[in-house]
Design a protein around this ligand. Structure first.
Ligand SMILES: O=P(O)(O)OC[C@@H](O)[C@@H](O)c1c[nH]c2ccccc12
Length: 264
């Protein structure tokens, strides 16, 4: 069976075959205008918040399956999110490209396609669905393939959030030229969550002059202060927002000024 990541990647290889057949019907809007998250980070003085639309996950099961993506996107925008991430994987996260398009149509924030991308055709599908950014996971493929997909996404006008979990992956990610480095505090093989992963990798990312996005397991204002102290420019939060009784209070509390933190 392998790890959950292995299982997901096996499923993705099947999806890629289906997408290849549908590719000629993808419609990429000629007038798609750019919503840059990188520009936002470069000009902001507060921690940037990427709020995620996440119905379910392999580690948590159902999180909030019935929520309407348009409603959630409107709340995220209203309470100060800087970008919205949408899980498009269906089998393991109960998301869809329709969810992404719905969010894209509803708010004018940069939209991140959160999936397990291993092929160019998925990049095109993300773009056709309205994504401005895509996630690439260093643990999901060889360095050479990662570079090819990174270059392809950029050539398609998409920004890339490059996700790592350890030093080895980080080294590869930095070599691709990615400006947005996501540190996943969750190990995709064991599901263990540890904000210490951000603390450990942060100095290497800051020394390389890249933007650091701390991802996963961030639930409280204290968690946010911890990753800011490490040097995070942005956070990516899913479960805590999807489950919050008081989303407004939580999201606003997480928009903390970066004053003391190391910034680019
Ligand atoms: O729900 P959390 O713990 O706040 O995590 C959000 C996000 O970081 C997580 O969904 C995520 C990070 N990297 C991924 C890669 C694939 C799928 C999901 C993810």
């Amino acid at each position: 069976m392998g790890t959950i990541l292995d299982q997901i990647l096996a499923e993705k290889r099947k999806e890629v075959i289906v997408l290849q057949k549908e590719k000629e019907y993808f419609q990429i809007g000629e007038t798609m205008y750019k919503r840059s998250f990188i520009n936002k980070l470069a000009s902001g003085s507060e921690l940037a918040v990427i709020a995620e639309f996440k119905r379910a996950s392999p580690s948590k099961g159902d999180i909030n399956t019935g929520q309407n993506p348009k409603d959630q996107a409107l709340f995220y925008k209203k309470y100060g999110a800087d970008a919205i991430s949408v899980l498009t994987d269906n089998r393991f996260f109960k998301g869809s490209f329709a969810d992404l398009s719905a969010v894209r149509e509803t708010v004018d924030l940069p939209i991140l396609c959160k999936d397990f991308i291993i092929d160019e055709v998925q990049v095109l599908k993300a773009k056709a669905s309205g994504a401005n950014l895509i996630l690439l996971i260093a643990a999901a493929m060889e360095a050479e393939r990662l570079q090819e997909l990174f270059d392809f996404a950029e050539s398609e006008g998409l920004e890339v959030l490059m996700e790592v979990h350890n030093e080895e992956e980080l080294e590869i990610a930095l070599r691709t030229g990615a400006q947005l480095i996501g540190v996943n505090n969750r190990n995709l093989k064991t599901f263990e969550v540890d904000l210490g992963v951000t603390e450990k990798l942060a100095p290497l990312i800051k020394n390389a002059g890249k933007f650091l996005i701390s991802e996963s397991g961030i639930k409280s204002e204290d968690d946010v202060r911890r990753v800011i102290a490490a040097g995070a420019n942005a956070i990516l939060v899913g479960e805590a927002f999807m489950k919050a009784d008081n989303l407004e209070g939580l999201l606003k509390a997480m928009k903390i000024p970066l004053q003391g933190a190391v910034r680019q």
